[in-house]
Design a protein around this ligand. Structure first.
Ligand code: URA
Length: 260
């Protein structure tokens, strides 16, 4: 038995956030065992009831799966690609559960990608209010001076608003073959805007040649070569769930503030 509020079941299935799930329910778009349920207090058994959203049956995963993948370059972070390119799911051999990526990495970007079938965790970790830290190593053209790294610390103007980085520094060996024409920079950002790191480094005049995410929240890539993956360990999972819960609380407080 897995009796829960309908909005929680819908959110965990990754269909919508809890708030959007509530709106779907009150709009009469959710059915339980063929009957429209439009009351917010309603509960259902995610294992035995047939729950439909807009006529599509949602299934509760038999088990929750949380995977860290060391994404290689040249694969897209989507389930199916319109150009038929290789996806991260092609790389995840032996995983037959339907998962979704928590955030995205560009086609050419490498590194840590979390994948799960826990829609609520994914929603918490990717919401801007959560400010979940993501650390990247970027190989850039040229040698940025401390003054230009200070610009990243202070914030640079991008076309969709200012962006700043925490803990920016040059690393001596971010990867093979660091030459005088290139440098490796490590920086932490707490946003997830499209191509954010590339645009920030471009803004200080040092375009990115290679980009690798080395940490996400409490997780890192230790022991994983490109293309390899592993399940989260129990302690990692407990921590990341706490981070996602905090993010959701912050999001809800922010929304309540906006509604006042
Ligand atoms: N910033 C980027 O520019 N690309 C990524 O894939 C992730 C962060």
């Amino acid at each position: 038995m897995a009796i829960d509020r309908l909005q929680k079941i819908i959110a965990q299935a990754g269909i919508a956030s809890r708030r959007k799930a509530e709106a779907l329910i009150t709009a009469g778009r959710v059915k339980v065992n063929g009957v429209v349920v439009n009351e917010l207090g309603a509960k259902a058994d995610a294992d035995s009831d047939t729950i439909e959203v807009d006529g599509k049956v949602i299934r509760r995963p038999k088990a929750w799966t949380y995977i860290i993948l060391n994404k290689p370059g040249g694969v897209v972070t989507t389930a199916s690609d319109e150009f038929d390119r290789k996806t991260v799911f092609d790389v995840l051999k032996g995983v037959d559960t339907r998962l979704f990526p928590v955030g995205r990495l560009d086609l050419d970007a490498e590194g840590l990608l979390l994948l799960t079938n826990d829609g609520e965790l994914a929603a918490g970790l990717t919401h801007p209010a959560g400010e979940v830290p993501k650390t990247y190593r970027a190989k850039v053209k040229g040698m940025p001076t401390e003054a230009s790294l200070d610009r990243l610390r202070a914030g640079v103007d991008l076309e969709d608003g200012p962006a700043r980085a925490d803990f920016v520094h040059r690393v001596e060996s971010g990867g093979p073959k660091t030459s005088r024409e290139n440098a490796w920079i490590e920086l932490t950002v707490t946003e997830g805007r499209n191509h954010l790191v590339k645009r920030m480094l471009e803004a200080i005049g040092h375009p990115v040649i290679r980009l690798r995410r080395v940490a996400f929240a409490n997780l890192d890539l230790e022991g994983l070569r490109p293309g390899q993956h592993r399940n989260l360990r129990k302690a990692e999972l407990q921590k990341i769930k706490a981070i996602a819960r905090t993010a959701i609380r912050k999001r809800d407080r922010r929304r309540a503030g906006e509604a006042d």
